[in-house]
Design a protein around this ligand. Structure first.
Ligand code: ADP
Ligand code: MG
Length: 712
């Protein structure tokens, strides 16, 4: 375009105003010296220094990365508003202490403090030593509430060297015992100049495309907000960087896994699996199962190791998908192993496999810590020779003595319960120079937005559809006396029809003992009143193992009609004849916990009922009444509570972000993901000069491992 280059004269930031030579000469020149950020942070006194260390504030750079969690109001003495909490910057004029008449209270310290606009009296409670510490002339940053009539009640305070008045918004920091937000604020303000040494890791084009400010500006806006809303653009900028670095690490890890060691391609047409699906599988697969098998089958054909996560709730039929993958190995003359975190789970899988392959389609062995020595020796010999092609087990599978002839497929159940080392040990059982195809399984549904961060390095497949024949569970929220007696009535109807019921007592977080006592009381009450015509048993965490076992066994065998329990029943009890669950004070439980609890009914041939006692307006309880799908519930849970608090997520090691918030930042996450993909396509090792600072940031955030080369 002709004339386009005429405007080469420098412009003022974000405007059309050209800058003349004089303005340019006046412009500040910055030469960031990032090494200055590595200087140790000096904090006084000793208790505050210790606390700063506990917060991870070792250097000036750490301090600048310690982001505020909120903003407060700063005022001059003249503009203090009665009843308002505010920060003021003042100088001590005089200071005295006087005894307090109330018993147990230390003398009160009163200081006359002033700024350029006025004088007020500041009171400090319970800190008599301040009288000697804050001598006249000391400059202080005080946070507290103005009581009116020239009295300022101090809650936190710090010495400062600042002189200019602070007005408007001030940052409030996450603090800890030993150091207050005000002390951190004072420190940050003292190191304000170091913000000029902050480097910009994001390539300019990416920043322009996403309309992101530079890093120094974002940190400045966070620490020195001009108003409470200004922080949002800054937060978005920092969150984007955090998510981008995370996605880069995850995608590079995935690429490294895919490169390097290859896997046996299992690409021959199906023979055994086809016969199995046609002739011996005792039911029809769900659509989700078929799709999962296709995805897995596709992975197995490649000469790169499969790394797929299969998510599906308990009972969604994951095992049949796993077996299909394992049988693909068998029909290629290879071996497969399924590893579960506990003996009980390994035994359950072993039993499920037997029902899925009636008539001993393929010989399968069970190897756990309690396998007898002779049997174990036999299994080990047959695994080493290749005679045994399928094995199910626990950690016992990864012991050094276990050798496989040609292990090609590995299934890891409840994958989050294994450490990286254990998974690596199982990988190492494949023939030298090869990695096995790995199918990870989990019963905790994770919403899609989180899957990208929790399992970004795995391909994810979900089984949402429950197998046909599964009975629905109708869930109702009940409150008030009338609904309560109606609920007991309804339970008695079920009991008279020969069914069984659970009564779950309130969660008492403070104490197991209290919870046990409450459950015992409820048990006695119900056994004497509502369910006096039935056999009622009690189950809580404080009972002896023997008693617990007896209660559970008697209920499972139909020897008891009602089980009154604390939430201990969450851990695997499987009674097909139980059709009702009543949960007291249900709103004390989280969504995923209630969903798991509810899964104890609806396991047999009868339709089931779940009665949640609690406020009808509770969004969590309403979500349970409206939805049976665990994935949908996990999404709602995420919306209601935010990322960090989803119980299952933490178990799964989903990344806890410092700045980014999910699901609100889901859009930003997707953008970061796309940028990371594009960037790695163009420069997989981040060796281009314009990516040097990004590579450094990646290493700073995730260690040298993040930069390990991706093998071809
Ligand atoms: P998960 O491992 O996901 O908890 P399982 O694979 O153990 O679930 O399956 C639970 C039960 O459902 C098993 O008894 C299994 O045989 C049965 N099952 C699995 N898929 C189907 C299906 N498509 N139709 C009917 N029953 C099924
Ligand atoms: Mg299972």
């Amino acid at each position: 375009m002709p004339g386009h280059h005429q405007g080469v004269a420098p412009h003022a930031f974000a405007s059309d105003d050209a800058l003349d030579a004089a303005a340019l000469a006046r412009a500040p020149v910055r030469y960031p010296r990032p090494s200055r950020l590595d200087e140790p942070l000096v904090v006084k006194p000793a208790r505050a220094a210790e606390a700063a260390e506990a917060l991870g504030l070792g250097t000036v750079g750490d301090l600048l990365e310690h982001l505020p969690r909120d903003t407060g109001e700063a005022r001059t003495v003249a503009t203090l508003v009665p009843g308002e909490t505010a920060t003021v910057l003042v100088e001590v004029r005089s200071i005295t202490s006087r005894p307090v008449r109330r018993r147990g209270m230390k003398p009160l310290v009163e200081a006359t403090v002033a700024d350029a606009t006025g004088v007020t009296k500041a009171t400090f409670f319970n800190q008599p030593w301040l009288e000697r510490k804050y001598r006249p002339g000391t400059r202080l940053m005080l946070q507290g509430s103005y009581q009116g009539r020239n009295r300022f009640r101090v809650s936190t305070h710090a010495v400062t060297s600042e002189v200019a008045a602070v007005e408007g918004a001030v940052a409030q920091y996450p603090a800890t015992k030993g150091i207050t937000s005000t002390e951190i604020l004072s420190l940050v303000r003292e190191h304000r100049e170091a913000l000029a040494d902050v480097v910009e890791p994001l390539p300019a084009r990416m920043r322009a495309r996403e309309r992101l400010t530079d890093r120094a500006a974002a940190l400045t806006a966070e620490h020195f907000p001009r108003d409470a809303r200004e922080g949002d653009g800054a937060r978005r900028r920092l969150a984007f960087e955090e998510l981008l670095l995370h996605q880069l690490t995850v995608l590079r890890r995935k690429a490294r896994r895919g490169g390097g060691v290859g896997a046996e391609p299992l690409d021959e047409p199906p023979t055994l699996t086809e016969r199995w699906l046609r002739d011996s599988l005792p039911f029809t697969l769900t659509g989700d199962q078929v799709r999962a098998m296709e995805a897995v089958g596709h992975d197995l054909q490649r000469d790169r190791p499969m790394q797929r996560l299969l998510m599906g709730e308990v009972g969604s039929g994951k095992t049949v998908v796993a077996l299909h993958a394992m049988l693909r190995a068998v029909e290629h003359g290879r071996q497969a192993a399924l590893m579960a975190p506990t003996e009980t789970l390994a035994e359950q899988h072993f039993a499920t496999l037997a029902t899925l392959m009636p008539g001993e389609l393929v010989a399968t062995a069970l190897l756990t810590g309690s396998t007898p020595a002779a049997r174990r020796a036999d299994i080990l010999a047959k695994l080493a020779s290749g005679e045994l092609q399928l094995v199910v087990g626990t950690h016992a599978l990864i012991e050094d003595t276990v050798e496989f002839d040609r292990l090609a497929v590995v299934v890891v159940d409840e994958q989050h319960r294994f450490g990286v080392r254990q998974r690596v040990a199982l990988d190492a059982k494949a023939p030298a120079g090869l990695a096995p195809h790995v199918l990870h399984m989990t019963a905790t549904p994770i919403p899609r937005t989180l899957a990208l961060t929790a399992f970004g390095d795995l391909d994810v497949t979900a089984l949402r559809e429950l197998p046909a024949g599964r009975q629905p569970i109708a869930t109702y929220v009940a409150s008030g006396e009338r609904e309560r007696s109606r609920a007991y009535e309804r339970i008695r109807e079920e009991l008279h029809a020969g069914r069984q019921a659970f009564v779950v007592c309130p969660l008492v977080a403070e104490s197991e003992a209290l919870q046990a006592r409450a459950a015992t009381k409820e048990y006695v009450r119900l056994a004497r009143t509502e369910f006096r015509d039935f056999r009622v048993v009690l189950l809580h965490g404080q009972m002896r193992p023997r008693e617990k076992h007896d209660a559970m066994a008697s209920f499972a065998a139909g020897g008891a009609d009602v089980l009154v329990a604390t939430s201990v029943i969450e851990v695997g009890i499987d009674v097909a004849n139980a059709t009702v669950m009543l949960v007291e004070d249900a709103d004390r439980y989280g969504i995923s916990q209630l969903h798991q609890l509810r899964g104890r009914v609806g396991r047999g041939e009868h339709p089931s009922l779940c009665l949640l006692f609690g406020p009808k307006e509770s969004p969590r309880l309403r979500a349970l009444a409206d939805h049976e799908d665990g994935f949908r519930l996990a999404e709602i849970d995420l919306e209601l509570r935010g990322e960090g608090e989803i119980i299952g997520t933490r178990q799964h090691g989903a990344t806890q972000f410092r700045v980014a918030r999910l699901p609100e930042d889901a859009e930003l996450l997707r953008a970061a993901h796309d940028h990371a993909e594009r960037l790695l396509r163009a420069d997989p090792e981040l060796t281009a000069p314009e990516h040097a600072l990004l590579a450094a940031a990646l290493q700073a955030a995730y260690g040298a491992e993040a930069l390990e080369p991706i093998p071809a």
